[in-house]
Design a protein around this ligand. Structure first.
Ligand code: HEM
Length: 183
């Protein structure tokens, strides 16, 4: 075989070796990326685990029981309206719901004023005659829950944080392009 051919062969071999080397440099990158991807998914799953209350596994008690203890019960204003009789009398003050069936007869301001707000939001009338701080010692005994939030609390008032709005922004340039293309 002529020398030039030998040189060419050598060059081919070294080229293949270089290709192999190049591809072998890609593989480790893949190897590095894969665990990273796994890490990301592990991180995101642990992030969703963070949403689960810490004390789910209380021996002998269901997570639902523990949850019920942690959060006060939420009642809608509609539900409170079902408790208007002297024998079952609830009122709302601020964001709290009180069962004042027993307290109405001990109320220094009289039971009559309490009857006037039975099953209703008594906040305005209460605030006319008391400081809110006055309720603190009564809460443990008479508060039965909190007022349920019926409308979504967030995503109002800051439209830039709305993801659907971000999608909308992404659509605008495309539609402009289509418009330009039709000219
Ligand atoms: C859980 C609910 C309530 C508690 C614990 C409560 C407690 C009290 C207390 C301790 C007093 C004596 C005066 C004072 O210390 O300020 C009082 C007076 C009074 N309360 Fe209430 N109250 C409640 C709800 C209401 C509501 C809903 C009304 C009105 C609709 C009302 C109207 C009055 C009035 C008119 C007085 C007399 C005020 C005065 O003498 O100047 N209270 N209440």
């Amino acid at each position: 075989m002529p020398d030039s051919c030998l040189r060419l062969l050598e060059a081919g071999v070294s080229h293949n070796a270089a290709t192999q080397h190049a591809s072998s440099t890609v593989d480790p990158v893949k190897d590095v990326q894969e665990p990273q991807q796994k890490l990301v998914s592990r991180t995101s799953s642990s992030a969703s685990n963070a949403m689960i209350p810490d004390i789910v596994n209380v021996p002998g008690r269901s997570s639902q029981e523990v949850e019920t203890e942690k959060r006060p019960k939420a009642y809608t204003a509609q539900e409170v309206t079902a408790h208007t009789s002297e024998k079952d009398l609830w009122i709302i003050i601020g964001s709290d719901v009180y069962d004042v069936t027993e307290f109405q007869h001990q109320h220094p301001g009289g039971a009559k004023v309490i009857h006037g707000v039975a099953g209703k939001d008594a906040t305005k009338k209460f605030d006319r005659h008391h400081r809110r701080g006055l309720l603190e010692p009564y809460k443990a005994k008479y508060q039965v829950g909190v007022l349920a939030v019926t409308s979504p609390p967030k995503d109002h008032g800051n439209p830039t944080e709305n993801s659907s709005n971000q999608e909308g922004l992404a659509v605008i340039p495309t539609s402009i392009l289509v418009f330009i293309a039709t000219l």
